[in-house]
Design a protein around this ligand. Structure first.
Ligand SMILES: Nc1ncnc2c1ncn2[C@@H]1O[C@H](COP(=O)(O)OP(=O)(O)OP(=O)(O)O)[C@@H](O)[C@H]1O
Ligand SMILES: [Mg+2]
Length: 371
């Protein structure tokens, strides 16, 4: 039997756990064309939720354009990635020639693989004027498609916070000037650098200020993760008790990615019934697989940052006099400024006034190594 746990890529279908209410809320936004800004800290399940919601909607009425901005750092790349995403989405809707005709200054070329899969290329001349014309064209395309094909177009910008690096405030203004007129299009802005995303939509000086509904994605409740794990184990011919599944979820901080990673390793070590010794081995394997990464994080940290890491590995109240003293953290204001940097980098999560290491296994690694 195959391992039923998945990490390192978005999950959907039988691998997807719960989030029923979130799916129904998001589907309502998509249906009504209401723009929405979804944010959470890293790896909580934003991409999976959007893809799962898309899969539940009728493709006859929707065109989904998925724009991954993770590696986009210039306006020319933005035009290429966005155009390609639009063309890819239209393959299910119309003939290649008609898709080509949707574009004007941007001229797509396409290849068809032996398996019949179409891939588009947009080789944009890198001249400023042609990038600008390409930008204007691609920004109008979702509306053009919505009108011409009488469909709800849903454009999903994943890792949207990257726009900040593409062209700063001017580029944000430029995007907003198009988006605000597209009533038939639903724009979904997703991002994981929560402070960056939050500022973008809540700072009155920014172009996207209050421009969309806000959708903060929360953790999946632990009992749901536990029930999902028991079900997945059962389906794959193995079993796990509720109490052990509970322990596993709690070791992984209740965070979906880490729960799945630990469950994957634990499942691999057991034959039939998953017991405490398999969980122990699973933890060891996770730590081993991540140790180079953790070592790098630790080596790259300043002395003050390391002190904060060590403190957070064992306690939450790191502002108490005792913690400041025991971990040599300096003053409370020093700790604040260290935390600000690490939260921005996504290495520490901050929610409901509680700070925690974003990766629960990093905490375990620190504790074990007694660094
Ligand atoms: N609903 C879910 N059911 C089961 N596992 C999930 C679910 N959501 C997320 N996961 C787990 O978390 C991992 C990360 O999910 P996903 O990539 O959707 O998160 P993300 O918030 O988009 O992450 P990033 O911040 O890296 O963009 C998945 O690979 C999977 O292991
Ligand atoms: Mg994602």
């Amino acid at each position: 039997m195959d391992n039923p746990f998945v990490f390192g890529q978005s999950v959907s279908g039988e691998y997807f756990c719960n989030r029923v209410k979130e799916q129904s809320d998001l589907a309502a936004y998509m249906r009504s064309g209401q723009n929405v800004f979804i944010y959470s800290y890293r790896r909580l399940g934003k991409t999976s939720l959007v893809k799962q919601t898309m899969a539940g909607l009728d493709v006859k009425h929707f065109t989904f354009v998925f724009v991954d901005m993770e590696r986009v750092s210039t306006q020319a790349q933005f035009v290429e990635v966005y155009s390609k995403a639009l063309a890819d989405a239209m393959v299910k809707v119309d003939k290649l020639q008609k898709i080509r005709n949707l574009f004007g200054v941007l001229v797509p070329t396409f290849e068809i693989s032996p398996q019949g899969e179409v891939s588009f290329e947009f080789n944009l001349a890198k001249k400023v004027s042609s990038v600008q014309r390409g930008l204007e064209e691609v920004m109008e395309l979702p509306k053009k498609i919505a009108t011409r094909y009488k469909r709800r177009v849903v454009v999903i910008f994943d890792e949207f916070q990257e726009v900040e690096n593409i062209g700063g405030a001017t580029f944000e203004k430029f995007l907003r000037s198009y988006i605000q007129h597209h009533k038939d299009v639903c724009y979904i802005f997703m991002g994981s650098k929560t402070t960056v995303m939050f500022d973008m939509f809540n700072d009155p000086k920014r172009a996207f200020y209050r421009s969309s509904s806000v959708f903060p994605l929360k953790a999946i409740p632990a009992p749901e993760l536990v029930a999902h794990m028991i079900k997945c184990c059962r389906k794959s011919g193995k079993s796990i008790s509720r109490s052990l599944a509970n322990e596993l979820v709690s070791m992984a901080g209740g965070l979906p990615h880490y729960v799945q990673m630990l469950a994957w390793h634990t499942w691999e070590t057991a034959r039939g019934k998953i017991a405490a010794k398999h969980l122990e081995q699973g933890i060891k394997n996770v730590l081993q697989s991540q140790s180079d990464l953790f070592q790098t994080w630790y080596e790259q940290a300043t002395l003050r940052q390391r002190a904060v890491y060590r403190a957070l590995a064992v306690r939450q109240d790191i502002f108490s006099g005792q913690a400041l003293h025991d971990f040599d953290l300096g003053s409370a204001s020093t700790v604040q400024s260290v935390l600000r940097v690490l939260v921005k980098k996504g290495l520490i999560n901050h929610e409901n006034n509680v700070y925690a290491l974003a990766d629960p296994f990093f905490g375990l690694w620190l504790k074990e190594r007694k660094v």
